[in-house]
Design a protein around this ligand. Structure first.
Ligand code: ATP
Ligand code: MG
Length: 409
């Protein structure tokens, strides 16, 4: 992509109505646009990152047998009345059309997925299976001050699993936990992310959250010094020792909940009469699990935790481009190198803008945060090649043009 053609531009000034670092940096660098409080659009750079996160999640969820579908955003009121959540869920957006028909804008999809699955389940032989989608959710969040970490409209991956026995559910739950560990590792926040025990609501003892340590997080967790599993502050009063290893020495940290996994038992099967026939012909309720990850929440968490005072530092796995190629008045030579890199399948943002100073190009490059920067200047060419600098390191090297591929792969 040529930067001269990119319709978005970087901004020097911090948006006045944003207090969250993730939104400030992402808006300044041209990744997102704020439409109103808690509502953001993804611009070309932001969408590239979002799609990379989405693909990593897709690969890991497919690997545990998840079948991708796409459920609707507009939900029938009756489904929400059936579970009692039409009245009890305070974040639910209700919309009325010109014929006075009421619908919900989906904040989550149990009310759709359970009736959707019902006609396909009659016997234990139809189980287990799991389905998931990536989709916009709508919630009337009261606090929408954390940028894309807490949106009123946001994209979630939600996975739902269906089982006949507790053992089968538990085996899948364990697999989902491992898939989540892989996902957070692969997007670059694995080292900062802890599995945390949280309250399971009224149906099970615990749920598990994936909590990423960040000074700007809204949650507080207690990390066990022995096994590094954590407990959410909301349950710590009832839980004096680590549920994993019985350790009793904890470290308090602020954190961001990037994902969670939940044992639903028969909470949603019951209201919809979701049952199967067991091997003896007895009718039993289907057991369910649900597993969520907020894509924008993950993207925002990467920015919160991995940026510096100059801008964003993207991990290679989710960076919008691998290479930021900066031409300092050397557009012809740079264009040759750009074409060659593109031919070799490397994703490159080529700063070919004319009349923009070297200083401005460096500042923009730091702000946008692409992992490798290649600078082509008269000076570099005279010293035999191009200058290569990693976004997360201060030093730079002069390398030969032929060496570029091996240095960035
Ligand atoms: P929270 O405790 O942060 O309000 P939650 O427990 O209600 O979230 P779920 O309904 O289980 O979250 O959603 C699953 C995942 O979706 C969360 O782990 C988080 O990553 C993401 N998520 C939830 N609410 C939002 C939001 N308002 N904006 C962006 N992502 C969100
Ligand atoms: Mg939560």
């Amino acid at each position: 992509m040529k930067q001269s053609k990119l319709f978005t531009k970087t901004r020097r000034e911090t948006p006045k109505d944003e207090i969250a670092k993730n939104a400030q940096l992402l808006i300044r660098a041209g990744f997102i646009n704020k439409e109103m409080a808690g509502v953001y659009s993804y611009l070309p750079l932001g969408l590239k990152v979002l799609k990379k996160i989405e693909n990593i999640i897709r690969e890991e969820i497919n690997a545990i047998g998840g079948q991708e579908l796409l459920m609707s955003s507009l939900h029938p009121k009756e489904n929400w009345e059936k579970t009692g959540r039409w009245d009890s869920l305070d974040v639910l957006y209700k919309v009325t059309d010109s014929l006075e028909r009421e619908n919900a804008l989906g904040p989550t999809h149990e009310e759709i997925v359970v009736p959707l699955a019902k006609p396909f389940i009659s016997s234990y032989r139809d189980l287990p299976f799991s389905v998931y989608h990536f989709q916009n959710k709508f919630r009337k969040e009261v606090r929408a001050k954390s940028g894309i970490l807490r949106g009123r409209e946001f994209i979630m991956k939600d996975l739902y699993s269906f089982h006949s026995t507790k053992e089968d559910f538990e085996e899948y739950y364990q697999k989902a936990k491992e898939a989540y560990i892989n996902i957070f590792d692969r997007v670059g926040i694995g080292e900062l992310t802890h599995i945390a025990f949280a309250s399971g609501g009224s149906f099970s003892k615990y749920s598990h959250e994936f909590q990423t340590i960040s000074s700007t997080g809204e949650d507080v967790i207690y990390i066990c010094k022995k096994c590094s599993v954590a407990i959410n502050k909301e349950i710590i009063d009832k839980q004096k020792e680590c549920p994993e290893c019985e350790g009793d020495d904890f470290e308090e940290k602020k954190s961001i909940e990037v994902g969670n996994i939940f044992d639903l038992k028969t909470k949603f099967s019951d209201p919809f009469g979701l049952e199967y026939k067991d091997i003896d012909g007895n009718r039993k309720p289907v057991l369910m699990g649900c597993y969520g990850i907020g894509l924008g929440r993950v993207l925002g968490t990467i920015v919160e935790t991995l940026s510096d005072d100059k801008g964003i530092i993207w991990p290679k796995s989710v960076a919008p481009f691998r290479v930021h190629l900066l031409s300092l008045d050397q557009n012809q030579k740079s264009k040759e190198i750009y074409d060659d890199l593109i031919k070799k399948g490397i994703e490159v943002l080529f700063d070919d803008r004319e009349g923009v100073s070297a200083g401005e190009k460096f500042k923009d490059s730091d702000l946008i945060g692409i992992p490798y920067r290649i600078i082509i200047s008269e000076k570099s060419l005279k010293s035999g090649g191009v200058e290569l600098k990693k976004r997360n390191e201060d030093k730079s090297d002069i390398i030969k043009i032929e060496e570029i591929i091996s240095k960035i792969d």
